[in-house]
Design a protein around this ligand. Sequence first.
Ligand SMILES: [Fe+2]
Length: 171
Amino acid sequence: MNDTKVALIQAMESYFNGDTKRIDHAHKVTDYAEKLLEGEGGNYSIVMGAAVLHDIGIHEAERKHGSNSGKFQEIEGPPIAREILAKLEFEAGQVNEICEIIAHHHSPGKITTRNFGMLYDADWLVNLSDEYNIKDQQKLENIIDRVFLTQTGKALARTIYLKDKSQEILR
Ligand SMILES: [Fe+2]
């Protein structure tokens, strides 16, 4: 594992302080983000920083607003991420880009960079199973076409979630 990733993960785990639900989610999103980087290229440090820390505002959102909704996470995440990234000696430009991604990670459209697309898709790859009834394959296929921003994200989503369907076709 790359040093940057190790340091980010340690900082995230220490911040989440035993909240295994959030820690596990961050790990899953980070693993997918690495796969997406292999397919799409892009900046490793930016995408790893954004992936590991994307939901870092969730505890503050719950504490201050009584809600873990995406909007409040987008507001509360960047200042915490900024502090963590500064301690890890990320450059100012990198900190700004990572925080911009975190500030919009539930609101696609404003930031159109490839780095944003990979974080957005990595989060969706994990969340898709929670947000939709994955038994409805046709509906899922439409959602995959609509939500994913990168070709690698779309392809991975089809492989993971439409597995049963492709097996049926092969039969
Ligand atoms: Fe997330």
